[in-house]
Design a protein around this ligand. Structure first.
Ligand SMILES: Nc1ncnc2c1ncn2[C@@H]1O[C@H](COP(=O)(O)OP(=O)(O)OP(=O)(O)O)[C@@H](O)[C@H]1O
Ligand SMILES: [Mg+2]
Length: 332
């Protein structure tokens, strides 16, 4: 795991790509459901105040535009209007969501005022720990002991919200569509995370790269997906399939979609849940918490196909050390 000692055993990651529409929110939503399936308690933190955000996808964003509503922004500046726990909504079994609010678009203004206010009693050389604010709020509210996994979905801008998320989680999961620009965007994420890590004197790990919306009929998609797999050790990819939009339409994860809303799964869709399980198992291993082999039945996991090649799933009784991504090496 990264150097986030304060985070205890909690596994935390930010799903990010500075390029829009790469499938970030979908990956965050469905990875949460995969962790939840094996009884890990998950908190999804929606830090995207735009439309089509995580709390919108899971149908818990009804307070987003309500000026009277309390939200995370207020808690970041010690102005919470109620209990932090009252902000949290349960979307699916074991999946809680901290919804976003439009106020988050003005988070810099709020943080500036907070800085001015508490700075009045500080020495001249005092520096406001702006990027630590989110981690402090999570710690003060026992999130590391209440949840096994915390996943943050910021918006696509490399702004204060993203850096607060990185500071709190110290790990980034990068979904990318396998095109030239999607492929190149990964270096951009790595560079900005590395620059921030050096500036803050912390380590930030790249937990996974995930090719998304892969159209295997397109030669360049196949080529770039393979490049992503080889260069970044990406364990799985997700094809471009309508099931993801159906889940969005029903306000549920793909797990709920197949378990509750569909009587049958099409052939093209049968790998979706196994891939998410394999991905979740791999992520747990990178955090130094490999799952026991019994976590899922072998048939429930994805181990590769002709286009992708075999996948080794690093379970607790496998040779985990070799499969663990070196989190301390930073994001490059
Ligand atoms: N594998 C997939 N196949 C088909 N459609 C997908 C897939 N993954 C995501 N989508 C759809 O693509 C759209 C964009 O996905 P998503 O909102 O997850 O991207 P994002 O990176 O979060 O976008 P933004 O930058 O706007 O936050 C959504 O309508 C989603 O349902
Ligand atoms: Mg999004």
């Amino acid at each position: 795991m990264s150097d986030c000692a304060e985070c205890s055993d909690m596994q935390a990651y930010t799903v990010y790509n500075q390029s829009g529409g790469q499938g970030k929110t979908t990956v965050a939503r469905d990875l949460a459901a995969a962790h939840a399936e094996i009884d890990q308690r998950v908190l999804l933190i929606d830090m995207d105040a735009q439309n089509g955000s995580l709390s919108n996808y899971l149908g818990v964003d009804d307070n987003k535009r309500n000026p009277e509503a309390d939200d995370l922004t207020f808690h970041l500046v010690e102005q919470g209007q109620g209990e932090f726990s009252d902000l949290i909504r349960t979307a699916e079994p074991n999946v809680d969501v901290l919804p976003s609010h439009k106020r988050l678009n003005r988070v810099d203004e709020f943080l500036d005022s907070h800085e001015n206010y508490i700075g009045q009693t500080k020495p001249d050389d005092w520096e406001y720990p702006r990027y630590e604010r989110l981690l402090n709020v999570l710690r003060e509210n026992d999130v590391p002991s209440e949840y096994d996994v915390v996943i943050i979905d910021p918006n696509a801008k490399a702004d204060t919200v993203y850096y607060m998320a990185l500071y709190a989680t110290r790990n980034v999961v990068i979904p990318a569509v396998p095109t030239r620009s999607g492929y190149e965007s990964i270096d951009g994420v790595a560079d900005s995370a590395q620059g921030f890590a050096e500036n803050q004197d912390i380590n930030i790990g790249r937990t996974a790269v995930i090719p998304t919306m892969v159209d295997t009929r397109k030669g360049d998609h196949k080529d770039y997906a393979r490049k992503l797999r080889d260069e970044y050790d990406a364990p799985v990819y997700f094809k471009s399939l309508s099931a993801f939009e159906s889940a969005e339409e029903q306000y549920v994860s793909v797990f709920q979609l197949f378990n509750e809303h569909r009587s049958r799964v099409r052939k093209s869709e049968k790998n979706i849940l196994p891939k998410y399980r394999t991905l979740a198992a791999t992520i747990c291993a990178t955090f130094g918490n490999p799952l026991p082999k019994e976590a899922w039945d072998g048939k429930e996991l994805f181990t590769g196909d002709d286009f992708w090649g075999d996948v080794d799933i690093p379970f607790a009784d496998a040779d985990v050390a070799d499969d663990t991504i070196d989190q301390t090496a930073g994001v490059n």
